[in-house]
Design a protein around this ligand. Sequence first.
Ligand SMILES: C[S@@+](CC[C@H](N)C(=O)[O-])C[C@H]1O[C@@H](n2cnc3c(N)ncnc32)[C@H](O)[C@@H]1O
Length: 569
Amino acid sequence: MSGRKQRLELTWIGKDERPRLEPRILLEDEEKSYHAKARVTDRDIFDNILIQGDNLLALKALEQGYAGKVKCVFIDPPYNTGSAFEHYDDGIEHSLWLSLMRDRLELLRRLLSDDGSLWITIDDNEAHYLKVLCDEVFGRKNFIANVVWEKSDSPKMDSQFFSSRHDHLLVIAKNIEVVQLSRLAVETQGHYNKIASDGRRYYTKPLRAMGSGEDTREARPSMYFPLTAPDGSEVFPKKPDGTDGRWRWGPKKYASDISRIEWVKGKGGWAPYFRIYEETGTGRPPETIWSHSEVGSNRTSKAEIKALVGENDLFTTPKPEALIFRVLQIATKSGDLVLDSFAGSGTTGAVAHKMGRRWIMVELGAHCETHIVPRLRKVIDGEDKGGITEAADWKGGGGFRYFRLAPSLLEKDAWDNWVISKEYDATKVAQAVCKLMGFVYQPDETHYWMQGRSSESDFIYVTTQSLTHEQLVAISEEVGDERTLLVCCKAFRAEPDAFPNLTIRKIPQTVLRKCEWGRDDYSLNVANLPEARRGAGEPDSPGAANKAGQKKGGKSAPQDDLFGGEGGK
Ligand SMILES: C[S@@+](CC[C@H](N)C(=O)[O-])C[C@H]1O[C@@H](n2cnc3c(N)ncnc32)[C@H](O)[C@@H]1O
């Protein structure tokens, strides 16, 4: 033991194995992308992103463009409660789940902004392991809270011991020193239900004082004065019984805060209201128990999804919109970017959209197309009247783009050599190689060799052609002394270091070792696991050391049970 650095950690089967992910490019399916026909407000957001595919590859694909840009990650991963692994040792099931989550959490952390936060719903099966895993990935000091969400409104009478009525909602900061979380409005949730033209949320109160013995003209004579309504008529603060009341503000305050006044014409004529903006409200800190009456339950979310997609096509595990509304009220402001990489029926995107947040969602299942797309189209068309539509005062607008992950850049040919996939045309090859080599794809209209850049003066040129010595001389002269260029081509006739401003590499050779090629499925897919030996307590069964998605034949290393034996060594 002496000399070995010890630390407190969770161990599990296969913990040391890490995928070497290919940073794929994303391909838009324009037929599934959707935009409102016209602008509804000048704050409409069109660049939201929906990706169909495995979220590990998708998060890797997003890394280059979005690292440090996401304000809030909300995820509702599979709780690992099903019988998918019934023929496997229990330790393998939990280990696989932890590996899957760890790999995704690491990427999610990179995508979060410094002041951002991660929110994860989970039940008792994995909650406590997940907390420890998050401590490992994010640092224990960045744990903020474990919120108890009352997911059900009545007991399950057939429960063996306890009827579980709650899920956990783990809240974790990327950096607790600078994380930005808002307080909740003192009054009821959803109180700031209007949005001003500058994007600020507010609610209104009548300007006439009401409800205390001090609301009469007699009590404050200087606050009884006429105001001019939009039609030019004079309005006095009259109580419903016709007697003289008073305004809440005196004439001076009225003149200085007139931009906060909204006039409403009711049965009794014009009445002034004043705006109270969210950021000026005192607010209360969010609490760690969220009741179903405030944020909905599983019953609420099932009713919401039924209203959207009908009885026959139900998605079984949606979250209520009010729950996500509360999360985004605390974790984000207008225009912030929200990410959900286990999108399900698309609740997070629907709520973010209605709240004027930008969003990215990833979903592996076919319901990406069958549920999320129609749901978001209804939101955009202003046809979804349910969920938080009224609380957010949502009228429709904006849009999203639908993407798929590109296939792997390389495939094996008939002789078992890695070659560029036939599905890639020249543009896609350039995009993919740029990404692999850490360049941003940005083709220049005048210089054909400027296809991407890593800085103001460092560029990349990707071609599937072979380059002659003369061609390289010409390129080198154009690049000049002030710039550098990485040339990735099929073959070339020159000494690789013949040109001081060019670095010349062959593709695919130069990218071969960068990552794992040709692997599309990193999800928890039982079909990909090696055959299991029946019976419990076989930590060295054939699947033990293999992560989901690995092919047969991997060797298993003997491991201790979670926290058993020499756990944490
Ligand atoms: C519990 S559901 C999320 C429900 C969602 N919060 C809602 O309100 O509809 C989990 C989702 O994660 C998806 N999922 C599981 N593994 C995934 C993976 N590797 N990549 C992308 N999505 C995945 C499942 O298909 C499922 O739709």
